[in-house]
Design a protein around this ligand. Structure first.
Ligand code: AMP
Ligand code: MG
Length: 404
């Protein structure tokens, strides 16, 4: 244990392992069939197997001339046919070449294509080839990308623009996907008011509800808006009981050890409760448990804490429940454009930007300041127990890695 380890603080990795165990214990196995047009963001429940070769037939990678290399003596060749993309060629007449365009099928008997830039068309209509020719050049062979029967996308793939394009290239019109995950979003706090209403004394607008619902939609989840929950034991009990048909209750606020933190009380009474003190900043307290069998994750209420804990813990949990394996956000090393002199016991996720090849944090890193994240392009990860001088390397996780 280093001098910076704070007894009782749970490392981010341990929290993730436990969340994955929770997720894998309650996988979403129900499936539905959706058209490719509705496939964005959905998770494959059945691997995509190629039912044709790609390309389906040999074709030209260039605009030029197709020939059989063995027929070429070095003399210009007569053009015996013209083959456009989308047409069906005749077999190549021996000793001739075919005018051919990119994507057009290679005629039977041809094995080589020369691009038109390396040819000259003589007055007699014959084509002279100026460069040495190599057998098979500029030919895309049948099945060179994919063969019939190949597993092109495994179960658990998240369908994005690339995967949808690939499925379309194989002629796939619909997909078997996991049903959407239903996630209830509950905002706790007597002080919360929705935008559009006037603020009374001591009140603030509810930012987490919008943040989380919008984010859940991006993740392909169905968000059930459970509104604002006052800090009241009875109402907390009733609110959770009304959410029996969701896959996850995701709440914010009321998860520390304050007197108004009723989520923990109710979980202790009615189900199971784990209160984690995470080695993460912002975001230390996290509630995890079940209410009458429904998984519950309680994120801290400060909006930047909600953001960081959702990005790094709740998001991977949700995706894992849907069977996605690769859920860790990618990051890359960048030089620090700032000094970090006090090693912390918690791993910090500074809301930061890249400027001139260095990473710079937003000046106000308070966990209540969501504006820091709107300014930021990602998280600068400062590990537990470390100091940084200008130019020292640290990991930067782009927000784009976690927002979708
Ligand atoms: P709590 O975890 O309930 O003690 O809340 C911690 C801080 O986050 C307090 O300043 C709350 O007012 C604030 N907070 C809690 N929930 C929200 C929310 N949904 N929107 C904005 N701020 C919140
Ligand atoms: Mg509260």
């Amino acid at each position: 244990m280093s001098s910076c380890d704070q007894p009782g603080l749970m490392p981010v990795e341990t929290a993730l392992e436990r969340l994955f165990a929770m997720a894998e214990a309650a996988p979403i196995n129900e499936t539905e069939r959706v058209s490719l047009a509705d496939g964005e963001g959905r998770i494959l429940a059945q691997s995509l197997i190629a039912t044709l070769d790609l390309p389906p037939w040999a074709n030209s990678a260039m605009d030029g001339y197709a020939l059989r290399l063995a027929d070429w003596t070095g003399e210009p060749l007569v053009i015996s046919q013209r083959i456009q993309a989308g047409s069906a060629p005749l077999p190549l007449q021996p000793g001739t070449c075919a005018r051919i365009f990119t994507g057009a099928p290679l005629p039977l008997g041809a094995d080589t294509v020369e691009m038109q830039e390396n040819t000259t068309l003589a007055d007699d209509g014959r084509v002279a080839f100026s460069e040495p020719l190599k057998l098979g050049q500029n030919v895309r062979l049948q099945g060179q990308e994919t063969r019939i029967g190949d597993e092109v996308l495994p179960v658990g793939t998240r369908m994005g623009p690339i995967e949808l394009g690939l499925a379309a290239s194989l002629g796939c019109a619909d997909l078997l996907v996991r049903r959407r995950l239903r996630v209830a979003v509950l905002s706790t706090g007597d002080e919360l008011v929705e935008p559009g209403q006037a603020l009374g004394p001591g009140q603030i607008y509810n930012s987490n509800r919008r943040l989380l619902i919008s984010w859940l939609h991006r993740l392909g989840c169905e968000a059930v808006d459970a509104g604002i929950l006052p800090d009241d034991l009875q109402q907390t009990r009733a609110a959770l009981a009304a959410l029996a048909d969701v896959d996850l209750i995701l709440s914010t606020g009321g998860v520390s050890v304050g007197e108004a933190d009723f989520l923990g009380v109710v979980l202790r009474e009615e189900g199971e409760l784990a209160l984690w003190k995470l080695a993460i900043k912002p975001g230390k307290p996290l509630t995890c448990g079940h209410f009458r069998g429904v998984p519950v994750i309680g994120l801290p209420g400060n909006p930047a804490s909600t953001l960081v804990t959702f990005a790094l813990l709740a998001r991977p949990y949700l995706l894992r429940r849907l069977g996605v394996q690769r859920v860790a956000p990618l990051g890359f090393k960048v030089p620090a454009g700032f000094v970090w002199s006090k090693p912390g016991a918690r791993r910090e996720y500074l809301r930061a930007r890249l400027e001139n090849g260095q990473v710079l944090p937003y000046p106000n890193q308070s966990s209540g300041v969501l504006r820091s994240a709107a300014w930021a392009e990602g998280f600068a990860e400062v590990l537990e127990g470390t100091t940084l001088a200008i130019g020292d390397s640290l990991r930067f996780i782009p927000l784009s890695e976690v927002l979708g």
